[in-house]
Write a protein that binds this ligand. Structure first.
Ligand SMILES: Nc1ncnc2c1ncn2[C@@H]1O[C@H](COP(=O)(O)OP(=O)(O)OP(=O)(O)O)[C@@H](O)[C@H]1O
Ligand SMILES: [Mg+2]
Length: 484
């Protein structure tokens, strides 16, 4: 007899048994039915080459939805949308998508991974001891069934289920609305993080940009590597450079590239080291923890205070009096350098999951070496004045041109004048909706030439535009505005 015929007959037999079981289910008394159920299931198990796994929506804790069920639902959402005939739509909180689609009860969809085909179906148990309740949903227990051929038992259990969990969680992360956390006291509050910066729009030499992007991607995919070498899955970046060179913009681009939340830690709002520790423990995995302007955030004890006092000593002839005050202030300042070092080291040891910590500063040389040594700040990235390569990125973004006859002139001027990407960008900003590229480029040329003339005449040593004193940018004409 041909193999196809054998399978055909087997199929008919199984279908017949299932039909008989359905009839018995309707007409047999309950006790007899339970016994028929047991034996028919045994018979079906013997004949069927398939294995089935059930994943319940609620396991153990009654009100806690199973993470596994949620990951399966997310994993199957696109397959369900493509295959199922009846779908359920749910609104989503904290997601960039307006609705989530999943297959309705008693639907079945097929999935394939590494050439192995499996079938997923969804269903719902309704509790038999139904009592009147204002929350009838509590008695409905949903589940997913995974069906596969028994020859794939090991593959499904060892490989396929891992793939489903990993992919489901990754989709969840990709779709979730990210958050920007800020601290007030020992608690974080958050708003939606919607900064549009990307590495594509960041003005920086392409080779250096690629290096940073590759470093970040290697980190984010490096869980196995970090485990192998016995290091916590964390990475520290120090971004340094003059104001307006794109440090904050790069942090947003980093968070957008990796899909991480951002924790913007304002050290001056933290009372003491204990509060700092609490904040650290409350951060989630897949986060960029940022401390901006680390040099002027807080009076750190140790070398820096001494160095700062020394600078003041030279400036001021009321030295002793002033030093006394500073020392008292430093003592009453509750966050210390060692507190901050413990914070970073604690991040490395106490918190599981991937985290990035970023410090920014305008004055890298002022930082205590202990704070920025490799292992704490693994990668130091300098952001500097606008190069011609950086300008080309801005020109493409702001005025939509990749080449213009003014480019050689701009290249020469940028080689002679130091202008931050922020200032270049400002000059390239169209003045009106109808503003054209040439007008913007000419405005930039004029600004660069004015800067060139100014630098050849201005050497009186006064603070000039763009210089930051104690976190405040100095504007032309002595105005000042906040750093961020
Ligand atoms: N490298 C850059 N690429 C693209 N845009 C930039 C770049 N640098 C600055 N800008 C523009 O200038 C503005 C200010 O930049 P940003 O806030 O990133 O500077 P910063 O280096 O963080 O300055 P600060 O030291 O004052 O904090 C940004 O909103 C952005 O539009
Ligand atoms: Mg900044």
């Amino acid at each position: 007899m041909r193999l196809g015929t054998v399978f055909g007959q087997l199929g008919t037999l199984i279908a017949g048994l299932m039909f008989l079981k359905a009839i018995f289910d309707q007409y047999l008394p309950r006790q007899l039915k339970a016994s028929v159920d047991k034996h028919s299931q045994k018979l079906l198990n013997l004949l069927s080459p398939y294995i089935q796994i059930t994943f319940n929506e609620f396991t153990g804790e009654r009100f806690k939805r199973s993470d596994v069920y949620a990951a399966i639902e997310t994993y199957l959402s696109s397959t369900s949308a493509a295959q199922a005939r009846r779908l359920k739509a749910d609104s989503l909180r904290d997601s960039t998508r307006p609705v989530s689609l999943s297959m309705d009860d008693n639907e079945e969809v097929a999935d394939e991974h590494a050439g192995v085909k499996v079938w997923w179906s969804s269903g719902m148990h309704i509790s038999k001891n139904q009592t009147f309740s204002f929350q009838p949903m509590n008695d409905e227990k949903r589940f997913y069934n995974l069906r596969f051929h028994k020859k794939h038992r090991n593959f499904v259990i060892d490989t396929y289920l891992n793939h489903v969990m990993k992919e489901g969680k990754a989709i969840e992360v990709r779709n979730r609305r990210r958050k920007l956390y800020t601290n007030s006291g020992a608690a974080w509050t958050h708003v939606a993080f919607e900064h549009p910066a990307t590495f594509d729009t960041l003005a920086m030499e392409p080779a250096r940009k690629r290096e940073v992007v590759e470093d970040l991607l290697a980190f984010s995919k490096g869980e196995a590597f970090y485990t192998k070498i016995g290091r916590a899955w964390k990475r520290g970046y120090l971004l340094h450079g003059p104001p307006g060179t794109g440090k904050s913009t790069m942090i947003a681009a980093m968070a957008n590239l990796l899909g991480y939340d951002v924790y913007d830690l304002e050290l001056t709002a933290v009372k003491d080291n204990t509060e700092l520790k609490k904040l650290l423990i409350a951060t989630s995995s897949r986060a960029v923890i940022v401390i901006e302007d680390i040099d002027c955030s807080v009076d750190l004890t140790g070398q820096r205070v001494k160095r700062r006092e020394k600078e003041k000593e030279n400036e001021n002839n009321q030295v002793l009096h002033k030093m006394g005050m500073e020392e008292n202030e430093a003592k009453s300042s509750k966050i210390t350098l060692s507190g901050l070092l413990n914070f970073i080291d604690g991040l490395w040891s106490a918190c599981g999951g991937e985290r990035i910590i970023v410090f920014t500063t305008n004055y890298v040389e002022k930082l205590d070496p202990a704070l920025i040594r490799r292992g704490r700040m693994d990668k130091h990235i300098e952001l500097s004045f606008c190069s011609f390569e950086g300008f080309k990125v801005l020109a493409k973004n702001y005025v939509g041109v990749e080449w213009h006859e003014l480019f050689p002139r701009i290249e020469r001027l940028l080689g002679e004048v130091e202008m931050t990407p922020a200032d270049v960008a400002e000059n390239l900003m169209p003045r009106s909706l109808a503003g054209d590229a040439e007008e913007c480029l000419e405005s930039l040329v004029r600004a660069l030439e004015a800067e060139q003339n100014k630098s050849s005449t201005n050497d009186d040593g006064t603070a000039s535009r763009g210089e930051k004193i104690n976190g405040i940018l100095v504007a032309e004409g002595g105005d000042s505005w906040n750093a961020i």
